[in-house]
Design a protein around this ligand. Structure first.
Ligand SMILES: [Zn+2]
Length: 336
């Protein structure tokens, strides 16, 4: 009898221990789940929420929280961090994480900076000894690629400020609608907008004993095509491309370009006449489109004889800045 009672007591104690044990474990886990956030997932979640509170959009990427916090500690604003994750490759994000903040900040201040091209700017700047501003402008002009690699068809060919170069082509059927003869040289045609200013330029030059004669003005797409192909019979393509535009890429098709010569030469300007042109043509709305020392930007050898009409206001600014029209166009006439 005594033994039986002892057994009952033992079973009761065992049950009690089990019940208390289960209850204890339950309390422990409940506490852990609801009252603490010590698990790695919880920590990650709350860190992400902290970033979101500051305006940083979460990105599903391993290590995002760490990276975003590193960028914050480097001084990037939440907006900048959002842009970085929107546009950049993983490779460049790693590069930025290693780089000081100023390297990127300077890009943000550049007016013609386009974030989607940031990777190209960074690698262009690494490979060329240029300022960040120049890296941006030159990449915008596709100079990080081979000439003629990317070609955009011009949508506003009638604009007096139209940019025609190796990456901006005129439609093959484009013919200016207002070509007129130059009164003093009726065999040559240019756009009506440029005629009076050209006559004024000739008159002003004459007063200073500079005698200029036009010898090639408007050229159709077909004429440029024949010209370019004739040159190909003479020189390899890499050479021809430095002195002749491929069809669609010639400013002569706009009716706003003129090749002029000194009265004493058949196809060029004397040094004195060129000097006069450099110092004065802008007053009449004309620029020397392919000046000396800018071949890497324009893609052409120096052409003292090639004038391009862009109007007095813009020609004056291009003259004052001493930059090519390609750069001027990207800096001041394109929206970014
Ligand atoms: Zn020309």
């Amino acid at each position: 009898m005594k033994k039986k009672r002892k057994l009952k007591k033992g079973a009761f104690l065992l049950a009690l221990v089990l019940i208390l044990g289960i209850a204890g474990i339950t309390v422990y886990f409940t506490y852990d789940l609801f009252l603490t956030d010590n698990s790695p997932q919880e920590q990650e979640k709350s860190a992400l929420e902290k970033l979101e509170d500051q305006g940083i959009k979460p990105v599903s990427k391993e290590n995002f929280v760490n990276e975003a916090n590193t960028l914050l500690s480097k001084g990037y604003t939440p907006d900048e961090i959002n842009q970085i994750y929107e546009y950049m490759s993983d490779k460049n994000i790693l590069a930025i994480l290693d780089a000081p903040y100023k390297d990127l900040k300077e890009f943000y201040k550049i007016s013609n900076f386009e974030f989607s091209k940031l990777e190209r700017y960074i690698s262009y700047q690494e490979n060329n000894n240029v300022s960040m501003q120049d890296a941006v402008t030159q990449v915008n002009l596709n100079l990080d690629e081979k000439f003629y690699e990317t070609i955009e068809t011009i949508s506003d060919p009638d604009a007096v400020t139209v940019l025609v170069n190796k990456s901006h082509a005129l439609p093959s059927d484009y013919v200016p609608s207002n070509l007129v003869s130059i009164p003093s040289y009726p065999n040559y045609q240019i756009r009506e907008e440029a005629v009076t200013d050209f006559e004024n330029l000739l008159a002003a030059a004459k007063l200073e004993n500079v005698f200029i004669i036009p010898y090639s003005t408007y050229r159709s797409y077909d004429k440029q095509n024949k010209l370019y192909n004739n040159y190909l019979n003479r020189d390899p393509v890499e050479v021809v491309d430095t002195y002749s535009a491929r069809p669609g890429h010639s400013e002569h098709q706009t009716g706003l370009a003129l090749d002029v010569r000194s009265s004493t030469l058949s196809d060029n300007l004397t040094d004195e006449d060129y000097e006069w042109m450099l110092n004065n043509s802008y007053k009449y709305g004309f620029i020397i489109r392919y000046p000396k020392g800018h071949s890497e930007i324009t893609g052409y050898q120096e052409e003292p004889w090639h004038l391009r009409y862009i109007g007095i206001e813009h020609a004056t600014k291009v003259h004052e800045l001493g930059i090519t029209y390609d750069e001027y166009y990207d800096l001041y006439l394109t929206s970014h």
